[in-house]
Design a protein around this ligand. Sequence first.
Ligand SMILES: N[C@@H](CCC(=O)N[C@@H](CS)C(=O)NCC(=O)O)C(=O)O
Length: 215
Amino acid sequence: MTLTLFGHPFSSYTWKPLIALYEQDIPFEFRNIAGNEYPENEAEFLSRWPVGKFPLLVDDDEAIMESSLIIEHVAPALIPDDRAGAFEVRLLDRLFDNHVMTPVQAIVAEHLPFITPTPDENRISRARSALDKIYPWLDERLQGRQWAAGNEFTLADCAGAPALFYADWVQPIPEEFQAVRDYRKRVLARPSVARVVDEARPYRHVFPLGAPDRD
Ligand SMILES: N[C@@H](CCC(=O)N[C@@H](CS)C(=O)NCC(=O)O)C(=O)O
């Protein structure tokens, strides 16, 4: 298996498989598709996945899209064998993507002039309200857990790390949700996660809401 990962170092969904690959020490080639810096990488990426959403993994000649499925493919050990354990991991993975990252992306999109010339306050407020609803749910679910789905670092943490990293930038996690805040701090200190955060530092200036001076 020869693995090539196409993605952007600042992209939350690219972080997911990167964290898994670093976590398991799996060799791979990273093909950066940042901006206009690497046109040959972008051209090959689009030829393999015209939808244009990244990350994309190419294993030998097989293209695999969708960050969670890429992780299932390269690092199955990050999903427990038992049915109930696997369900909890996949549940948290889906919730971080759909109910944390999706509203975060919606807020970010409202600040990208090539998507919308003027931020739409109604759409922003709907996305903020979605985050307000998921924070308490997560706080309850994460109580007493070291990692997102229990005591083992799993696929759920590959999703939780980028989701909460960026969520706290666009809608700071209130102090009352200490379990979520503590988990965010813990997961960002994990070496595989710290590494993706560090690799993305040179791109912080592109964050359209302005990156805070922390993390
Ligand atoms: N469900 C996809 C989401 C991928 C996604 O939304 N990626 C963003 C970057 S973080 C993207 O491709 N944005 C560019 C675009 O939408 O054109 C996954 O899990 O891989």
